[in-house]
Ligand binder design. Structure first.
Ligand SMILES: Cc1cc2nc3c(=O)[nH]c(=O)nc-3n(C[C@H](O)[C@H](O)[C@H](O)COP(=O)(O)O)c2cc1C
Length: 368
């Protein structure tokens, strides 16, 4: 579907529905179409678009951000729609219903969303069973798959390391990379786990499982990334990067949604709703954090830039700031199923215009 057809015809219909209902319809449709889509279509790639990062080859740098396919319901559809990788989850060890509805809101005047879903998901074991079904049908492996892990709500903070480790145990076999989500604003106390002490313990527990399973399967350990909130103070972000470096992580995802609300055009009744804000108002903040994190990491971590990417110029901005890859969530809701392909085409066209041979050179090159 062309972006024009989506924005003129399909989006107005979807946007008349409750946002979560529209989301369920879209995911349901993509899940049903997944087996066919996954066999018919491949993500766009070319020597210019391909990216080597996290020990993996990405056909292109445009990924699906976590939260859109929490249940791995439509995994084969994402590469078919053009995404160079997809991140499922957040998955928690325990199945959980999330917060009461309504819990997703649109802010069209700002091209933004506010959500306070609270990690509604089926739990790690059920998600692993669904992934195993996709694998049996030969529908995995078109593009790298990330698995985003969070803490179960019932688990107290001191038991978080074991909780994350349990999820990894169930999902290790399906993950090309693993994201440690300590930055959602919708699980009480979760963001406190970004501090070096608690995060270090979670990473140590995950590392033990990762190494044990790698040895048992005769494969290299999975790349591990940590996903950060845009609301960290610069010093806190630096400390998280230093810890990631010290622990030998492969990368950092920058950023999750924000609790800040300045500069919104939407009416205060909407702007004041509880939850994490995503989309256009987050873009510059997240890019600034990409720049800071990439500079601090000095090429030793792959930075995944996410927040307010709607088009190729937004993606370019993140890559130029030092991101190796980008991800999209809200841009997909507003732009529709053609979004990833349009971003890839736009990136390639701009690279040709500016004489840039490879995506990795947009930000100056030389990162892993
Ligand atoms: C409705 C919704 C649900 C989300 N759920 C998750 C999640 O489960 N885990 C996670 O790490 N991020 C989640 N996110 C955050 C996105 O992955 C992304 O970091 C953020 O929305 C910024 O990107 P965007 O501006 O392209 O949306 C969610 C975002 C939205 C809008």
């Amino acid at each position: 579907m062309s972006p024009g057809l989506y924005t003129s015809l399909v989006r107005p219909l979807l946007f008349r529905l409750d946002p979560e209902r529209a989301h369920e319809l879209a995911i349901g449709g993509l899940a049903a179409a997944s087996p066919v889509l996954g066999r018919l279509r491949r993500p766009p790639t070319s020597p210019a678009l391909a990216v080597d990062a996290l020990g993996l080859r990405f056909p292109n740098p445009v990924g699906l951000a976590a939260g859109l396919d929490k249940r791995a319901a439509a995994v084969p559809a994402w590469p078919a729609l053009g995404f160079g990788f997809a991140e499922i989850g957040t998955v928690t060890a325990e199945p959980q219903p999330g917060n009461p509805r309504p819990r997703i809101h649109r802010l069209p005047a700002d091209r933004a969303l506010i959500n306070r879903l609270g990690f509604n998901n089926e739990g790690a074991e059920a998600t692993a069973r669904r992934l195993a079904r996709w694998r049996r049908r030969g529908l995995l492996g078109r593009a790298p798959l990330g698995v985003n892990l969070g803490k179960s709500k019932v688990t107290p903070p001191e038991a978080a390391p074991a909780d994350y480790a349990r999820s990894l145990e169930a999902l290790w076999g399906f993950a090309d990379y693993v994201t440690v989500n300590v930055s959602s604003p919708n699980t009480p106390g979760l963001r406190d786990l970004q501090a070096a002490g608690p995060l270090g313990e979670i990473l140590a527990a995950l590392d033990a499982v990762n190494r044990r399973l790698a040895r048992a399967h005769g494969r290299p350990p999975r790349s591990v990334l940590v996903k950060l909130a845009p609301d960290l103070e610069p010093g806190q972000a630096d400390a998280a990067v230093d810890l990631a470096l010290e622990r030998g992580l492969a990368g950092v995802i920058v950023t999750n949604t924000t609790l800040r609300r300045e500069g919104l055009a939407s009416p205060p009744t909407l702007a004041a709703l509880e939850g994490g804000l995503s989309g256009a108002p987050l873009r510059e903040r997240s890019t600034a954090m990409v720049r800071r994190v990439a500079a601090r990491a000095g090429g030793a971590l792959a930075v995944v830039g996410v927040g307010g990417v709607f088009d190729a110029d937004d993606a370019w901005e993140k890559l130029a700031a030092g991101a190796a890859l980008v991800q999209v969530y809200t841009g997909f809701v507003y732009g529709g199923p053609g979004t990833a392909r349009a971003i890839c085409a736009g990136l390639e066209a701009r690279m040709a215009r500016e004489g840039v041979a490879r995506v990795a050179e947009i930000g100056g090159g030389g990162r892993r």
